[in-house]
Design a protein around this ligand. Structure first.
Ligand code: A2P
Length: 357
């Protein structure tokens, strides 16, 4: 499908009458790590749109990107950026979302927001389409895209819960640089090169040396609970997406020197005994999951294989030996933080909004 019209040619009247049938789409944060993937997902999935507006900070105005054979120029985000826009995909941080999402909605757009700004707002659906896609219909202008770990974890947890009812989840994450944005990915590349060259490197984006190192997630710690901001978000959002407010959950979030795919070790307690084979069979049939569980060749989910594709890889499925009742199973999953953890999930939501799926 070709790009029909550049954004500027739509008249103000079109803004009033435009439905989500092939809308004018805006990407806010188009130059960021997720923004670039949003552009790619729209192109690869042949998303029905009548025009595409790329928005970022004034620093990036004038930068160009190719989309469906045309060159699009990035504009500086401003209060008038949403005139005529039917669908706005936000990925520029929660400050930008808080400032501009309501302006986009007032201009007639539906917002899919990748920041944490509205995720726990009861009036805003928080959606992983494979899990709770029906919630999109209840939106009042904004649909929230979840935290990347919550999105990646809930895809395999949901089919397991539907069959065997999950009571408790203990998780440990291995989170890639991309979760901290394009600048953190670049810091990983540069600090690794410096390390290998035997040169000193002063971290600028992350607080700690990243090359050949790992560290507790760099979000603020709650001194009362000892839980950091990322851990709190993942737990709250996982419970909300699964509609399990009383789920017992504990998590440790760790940043590892991997570019763009997150891994999660999950230990899941069910309401009844469940065999690893039953878990394997359920996941093999689940949308958005690919089982990678080959003990003979020690082939399990890995970031290099999760990167650049949309499935959540699941493997190392085994009974948890600390629970003799047989109700607890451990598994290891990997998902592309920029895709299922961000851009792909947002575009899947957008596809529902335009009646595509
Ligand atoms: P820019 O590249 O012009 O700074 P990442 O998560 O990879 O760091 O990307 C963040 C994205 O959000 C970038 O596209 C960035 O644009 C954009 N952004 C950050 N701050 C603003 C702002 N105040 N207004 C508009 N876009 C912003």
């Amino acid at each position: 499908m070709s790009l029909v019209e550049p954004a500027q040619s739509l008249s103000p009247e079109a803004a009033v009458t435009q439905s989500l049938d092939a809308p004018l789409v805006a990407i806010v944060g188009a130059t960021g790590a997720v923004g670039v993937e949003l552009l790619r997902c729209l192109e690869e999935r042949d998303f029905p749109l009548s025009g595409l507006r790329l928005l970022a900070s004034p620093r990036s105005a004038g930068q160009t990107f190719r989309f469906r054979g045309q060159e699009l120029t990035v504009e500086a985000l401003g209060p008038d950026s949403f005139e005529g826009v039917g669908l706005a995909l936000f990925s520029a941080g929660s400050g930008v979302s808080k400032q501009y999402a309501s302006l986009a909605v007032a201009a007639g757009a539906v917002v899919v927001d990748n920041s944490s700004a509205f995720r726990m707002d009861a009036a805003v659906p928080l959606v992983v389409p494979e899990v709770n896609g029906d919630a999109i219909a209840r939106h009042k202008g904004i649909v929230a895209n979840p935290n990347c770990v919550a999105a990646i974890a809930t895809v395999p947890l949901w089919p397991l819960h539907q069959r065997h009812r999950i009571r408790k989840v203990i998780a440990a994450t291995y989170q890639a640089a991309s979760g901290a944005g394009a600048a953190a990915m670049e810091e990983l590349r540069q600090s690794t090169a410096a390390y290998l060259a035997g040169e000193a490197f002063e971290p600028r984006v992350l607080r700690h040396p990243y090359a050949f190192n790992l560290f507790s997630h760099d979000s603020a710690m709650d001194p009362e609970t000892g839980t950091n901001g990322e851990e709190s978000k993942v737990m709250a959002e996982t419970k909300r997406i699964l509609n399990l407010p009383d789920l017992a959950m504990g998590i440790t979030c760790v940043r590892v020197p991997v570019l763009r795919a997150h891994c999660i070790a999950l230990t899941v307690e069910f309401a009844e005994p469940v065999t690893p084979q039953a878990v394997r069979d359920l996941l093999a049939a689940a949308p958005g999951v690919r089982v990678v569980d080959d003990a003979a060749s020690n082939h399990y989910p890995m970031p290099v294989e999760a990167s650049g594709q949309g499935d959540v890889l699941a493997g190392r499925i085994r009974q948890d030996s600390s629970d003799p009742s047989g109700r607890t199973v451990s598994l290891f999953v990997a998902g592309d933080q920029l895709l299922k953890g961000a851009a792909l999930n947002a575009v899947q939501i957008a596809e529902r909004l335009v009646g595509r799926s």
